[in-house]
Ligand binder design. Structure first.
Ligand code: HEM
Ligand code: MTE
Length: 469
């Protein structure tokens, strides 16, 4: 075969637009990816690497670290870098995740960089409060390393006012308030949706949900101190920015309605404690927003800035992600502007024990089924029904949890059913479904709620168990 064409970095740099061709390098190889730009599953961000090397971007988005991605890339190879230019590239790649904290080995990891992991589901139903190490972790970027002594929260008002609060300010100038609230990722149970038809996103099981007691300053108190009033012209949304940033300096961001943020009933917190401990690095040290009853994505961690204005956050995660769509919408037809950003989540429940595929022996007279149930917006779970025979008959599970104020049931309920094992069965098709205080129920199957991003997956949860005589 012919020797590869040799290019200098200078020549590669000239190819940064679709008109001139889009070239990138990876290691010593040069690629012309002009035709792939439109096909890229990660969207137009791919252009950030145009004319340069992929390494720093792929270190940030480690989803590329897969055989099938390299195969795609290799199909666009046009040549190699000259040896001196190649040496220059190798020197400047460092791992942006090298300062991420240690994590518990029992977590099941969906993505290492950024870190996304869920605990074994049976751990969830062991404790009403999920221990911090086992609380699910959902990061979009590297965990920022923040110096608590120089930390400042920037607050901006609708008329250009700006104040900054230190961590000590937040801890001492405002009364500490505690809220026990369940956090659930919009993608919890996505893998069941993916099984119906492929969706785009991390393959979460049933444990991207956890419950903690959060301690911190009420956002309401901080807003009042900053000069905001209950009703204010132009104050429609509160936008949050994290201190975790991508390579372009864009921070994770999200927003909630101002009416939620300022209301005493919603108990929105700027939390610095989680289950009586200093907020852990993975969960937003030193300050995170906790919005009880609202999807995880709005509970912004490593909070750096808060601003009040007439518009929702312009962040990618508020505008072009974390929205629901009809099953008929695909990636060619989707228009993110047509759906509202997810805030309150729908009624949810799942079976943590037994597990799908478990085998019981017929000499066991009883079966114990366990799980969790939760609903968004402070709606209380009032009942969980369990079937052992695929939905032909139902039994009501025993609920446990803490007493919560009406309309402010922020925490989940754990539930349990102990029942005699039905006679002469060789299998159990166990189902659970919950009912909340508005009598909202879960849909029985996944297909009618399927959506391309795999969010809001809350169909009846089903587990199959074999019984050996
Ligand atoms: C996802 C290929 C460059 C950001 C993906 C996926 C492929 C891909 C195949 C889907 C992976 C999967 O889910 O299994 C490529 C190729 C590139 C390239 C061949 C270069 C020639 C980039 C660059 C960036 C980037 C430069 C960022 C600046 C992303 C992101 C995702 C992604 C964020 C995840 C999308 C999501 O699931 O929401 N890429 N990529 N990619 N890519 Fe790239
Ligand atoms: N905040 C910042 N700054 N960066 C993030 O990546 N992820 C969000 C939210 N807040 C995220 C964030 C998402 S999608 C979820 S589900 C929750 O944090 C997860 O919180 P946890 O890791 O404490 O469970």
């Amino acid at each position: 075969s012919l020797p590869p064409k040799i290019y200098t970095r200078e020549e590669v740099r000239k190819h940064k637009t679709v008109a001139d061709g889009v070239w990138v390098t990876y290691g010593r190889n040069v690629f012309d990816i002009t035709e792939f730009v439109e096909l890229h599953p990660g969207g137009s961000r791919i252009m950030l690497a145009a004319g340069g090397s992929l390494e720093p971007f792929w270190a940030m988005y480690a989803v590329h670290n897969q055989e099938h991605v390299l195969e795609i890339l290799n199909s666009y190879k046009v040549g190699e870098l000259s040896p001196q230019d190649e040496a220059e590239v190798a020197a400047d790649v460092s791992d942006p995740y090298s300062r991420d904290p240690q994590r518990h080995p029992a977590l099941s990891v969906n993505s290492l960089k950024p870190f996304n992991a869920e605990p074994p589901a049976e751990i969830l139903s062991e404790n009403f409060i999920t221990p911090n190490e086992f609380f699910f972790k959902r990061n979009h970027l590297p965990v920022p390393d923040i110096d608590a002594s120089s930390y400042k929260l920037q607050i901006e008002g609708p008329r250009g006012q700006s104040i900054a609060l230190t961590l000590a300010d937040l801890k001492t100038k405002f009364p500490k308030h505690e809220v026990t609230a369940t956090l659930q990722c919009a993608g919890n149970r996505r893998s069941e949706m993916n099984a119906v038809k492929q969706v785009k996103g991390l393959g979460w099981g049933i444990a991207a949900i956890s419950n903690a007691t959060w301690g911190g300053a009420r956002l309401r108190d901080v807003l009042l101190e900053a000069g905001f009033k209950d009703e204010m012209e132009g104050a429609e949304h509160v936008c949050f920015e994290g201190l975790d940033k991508d390579l372009t300096g864009t921070a994770y961001g999200a927003s909630i309605p101002f009416s939620v943020a300022i209301s005493p009933e919603h108990e929105v917190l700027l939390a610095y404690e989680m289950n009586g401990q200093v907020l852990p690095h993975d969960h937003g040290f030193p300050i995170r927003v906790v919005v009880p009853g609202v999807v995880g994505a709005r509970n912004v961690k490593w909070l750096g800035k808060l601003s009040v204005g007439p518009e929702e956050s312009q962040s990618h995660w508020q505008q072009n992600d974390y929205k629901g769509f009809s099953p008929s919408v695909d990636w060619d037809t989707v228009d993110f502007k047509t759906s509202p950003a997810i805030q309150e989540l729908p009624i949810q429940s799942a079976i943590t024990e037994p597990k799908n595929g478990d085998v019981m022996t017929g000499d066991q007279n009883n079966i114990t089924v366990k799980g969790y149930a939760w609903s968004g917006g402070g709606r209380e779970v009032v009942r969980v029904d369990v079937s052992l025979d695929g939905g032909q008959s139902w039994q009501v599970a025993h609920l446990s949890g803490q007493k919560q104020k009406s309309g402010r049931a922020w925490a989940w309920k754990l539930w349990e059913l102990r029942a005699p094992l039905p006679d002469k069965v060789s299998e159990l098709n166990i189902i659970c479904k919950a009912v909340d205080s508005s009598y909202n129920v879960q849909p029985d199957t996944v297909a009618p709620i399927w959506n391309l991003r795999g969010v809001l997956s809350n169909a009846w949860h089903r587990v199959h168990v074999t019984v050996r005589s």
